[in-house]
Design a protein around this ligand. Sequence first.
Ligand code: DC
Length: 219
Amino acid sequence: MKKVIAIDGPAGAGKSTIAKALAEQLGYIYIDTGAMYRAVALTAIRAGVAVDDAPALTALAAKIELDMRAEGGVNRILLGQEDVTEAIRQPEVGAAASPVSAVAGVREHLVAQQRKLAARGNVVMDGRDIGTVVLPDADCKIFLTASLDERVNRRYEELRAKGLPTTREAVREDISTRDYRDSHRETSPLKQADDAVLLDSTGMSIKAVLVEVRRLAGA
Ligand code: DC
């Protein structure tokens, strides 16, 4: 049987770490939908398109060519021929991805691509609207969250480990702003699906969260 696992939650909850590890353990495909919004944001920044120019952003999303492939444990994101895996993780791209993802036309194009990718079956997909909008019939839906303090700490350590200069205050400001915007936008706001299981990972190790997620997925 093909299995589709949807993991949603706010910024810094550990969704991509967990979804990626889960996919690896199960031999499933991991689809990072946040990376797709980030790739549109990166394209917009490079093209000088404003993050509130809905028609221009929709046109960009319509013609963008995205591909994902797992390579030596790293999920590479290709924008056309260019590998943008690192470029899309820059804080300014994350900050731009939030308003870009609020544009209904952008979502329409990316959701269509996400459904096509999921149709391959045996996938773990993470994002904000996977259980509610993209894959409402997913076999397993998890809403992964953690306290704001913990999410700030995790993101801060992650950025520091990558050598990206930042402060805890800047990370807190960024996460709070994104959470608010992602949860209050009109189109597909971040929201727990009625049939999703809430998993609060505050104080839990990655290993412990993985064990719990596997149990919930019956895997
Ligand atoms: O998970 P992330 O930080 O890589 O996501 C980047 C932005 O994209 C975030 O502000 C929310 C948005 N996003 C979304 O609206 N829907 C998704 N399915 C995934 C991400």
